[in-house]
Design a protein around this ligand. Structure first.
Ligand SMILES: *Cc1c(COP(=O)(O)O)cnc(C)c1O
Length: 372
């Protein structure tokens, strides 16, 4: 049988495995940061309506520039992000992973590097590899905040072309302060002052769940700063595949140099537009999830667990001598959480109140068993 490594693939892909959380068929799955609430029925019907309309014109290519969708995304950001943006400052693609890929294709690639501060979202490193971009793993403090001094030093020394700042950070839930972003931005521009600076990408996939306002206003007057967002989490539409960015209009022009023609299907555009009509309802679910997230933090702490303060729809908890064994023990009680490979820690996604109760019961039982 032919194996991957028998094929003439790129050297840097040899022996690597694809991204993927193990998906197991258990009653309670709290491992992929999905929104537990299905889309409300009126929205489902509106999607059917808009997709029907789009289907009548599927013989034609979609709007290549997704102007209507970018206009509505700009309106949403302006309303919720604390900063006015126009459609010219917004770009959309198939998930924020594709947004990140397009950014790396445009601003990084072979001979260039990107830095992230780990533990963080592993796709930043994986998409870097996929685009031939060298990856630099930057430091964090023990409490999982970014070690600003060390980060600035790493940027000055390594002179990366792209800097990733994930806020709130996955898998730790840690929000990043505006001052930290500004310090890293300045350092990145100074390090590459001879070369028009460096791109700084704030990944705000969980922005809507944060206690703090969006970092979006920071793009003002900073043409090398990008905020990326997604409809996969807060909008409860992971299956839709719709991510977007806000930045200087020049960044939007630049990514169009690498995007595939007609990359965003008419069906995707129609579905996303329908979802944006129901923003208020969807954001009410976000409020419920924030309450549940805070309850998870409180109850885990009451059980004696260590919990990292969370601004996302998930919680990192520990500290376990053997996180993998604890992951398995929780799974044996019918609840799937995530082991992100951060030593001693596990991550649980906030689900429905009933799912969270099942999770908390499972942890309680596991802690009791381990004391015996
Ligand atoms: C889930 C997640 C995304 C979302 O990716 P999509 O491609 O939009 O589904 C992006 N960034 C981070 C940090 C995430 O956790």
């Amino acid at each position: 049988m032919t194996k991957i490594d028998d094929l003439p693939i790129r050297d840097e892909l040899r022996g690597k495995s694809p991204y993927g959380a193990p998906q197991l068929d258990v009653p309670v799955r709290l491992n992929t940061n999905e929104n537990p609430y299905p889309l409300p029925e009126p929205l489902v019907l509106r999607i059917a309506e808009r997709v029907t309309e789009a289907a009548r014109q599927l013989n034609r290519y979609p709007d290549r520039d997704a102007v209507e969708l970018r206009t509505e995304l700009a309106r949403y950001l302006t309303r919720t992000g604390g900063h006015e943006v126009t459609k010219d400052q917004v770009w959309a693609a198939n998930g924020s992973n594709e947004v990140i890929q397009q950014l790396l294709q445009t601003f990084a690639g072979p001979g260039r590097t990107a830095i992230g501060f780990e533990p963080s979202y592993s796709m930043h490193a994986l998409i870097s590899r996929g685009t031939g971009t060298g990856w630099i793993s930057g430091p964090r403090n023990e409490d999982f905040t970014i070690d600003v001094e060390a980060a600035v030093a790493a940027i000055a020394e390594q002179r990366p072309d792209v800097v990733f700042i994930c806020s709130p950070n996955n898998p730790t839930g840690t929000a990043v302060e505006a001052g930290t972003v500004l310090a890293l931005y300045e350092a990145a521009q100074a390090a590459r002052a001879d070369d028009r600076g460096a791109l700084v990408v704030i990944d705000e996939a969980y922005g809507e769940f944060s206690h703090r306002p969006s970092l979006l206003p920071l793009i003002e007057g900073r043409p090398n700063l990008v905020v990326s967002r997604t409809m996969s989490k807060a909008f409860g539409a992971a299956g839709l595949r719709l991510g977007y960015l806000a930045a200087d209009a020049a960044v939007v022009d630049a990514v169009q140099l690498v995007r595939l023609p007609y990359h965003l299907s008419s069906v995707t555009q129609a579905t996303a537009l329908a979802a944006l009509e129901h923003t208020d309802t969807l954001l009410k679910y976000v409020e419920q999830l924030k309450t549940e997230r805070d309850r998870l933090v409180d109850e885990l702490r009451a059980m004696g667990c260590e919990v990292v303060a969370s601004d996302a729809n998930f919680v990192q908890f520990g500290l376990f001598d053997d996180a993998q064994a604890t992951w398995q023990a929780i799974l044996d009680h019918g609840v799937l959480v995530r082991d992100n490979g951060v030593p001693g820690w596990l991550r649980v996604t906030a689900g429905t109140p009933a799912e969270n109760d099942a999770f908390l019961d499972a942890v309680r039982a596991v802690l009791k068993e381990s004391k015996r």
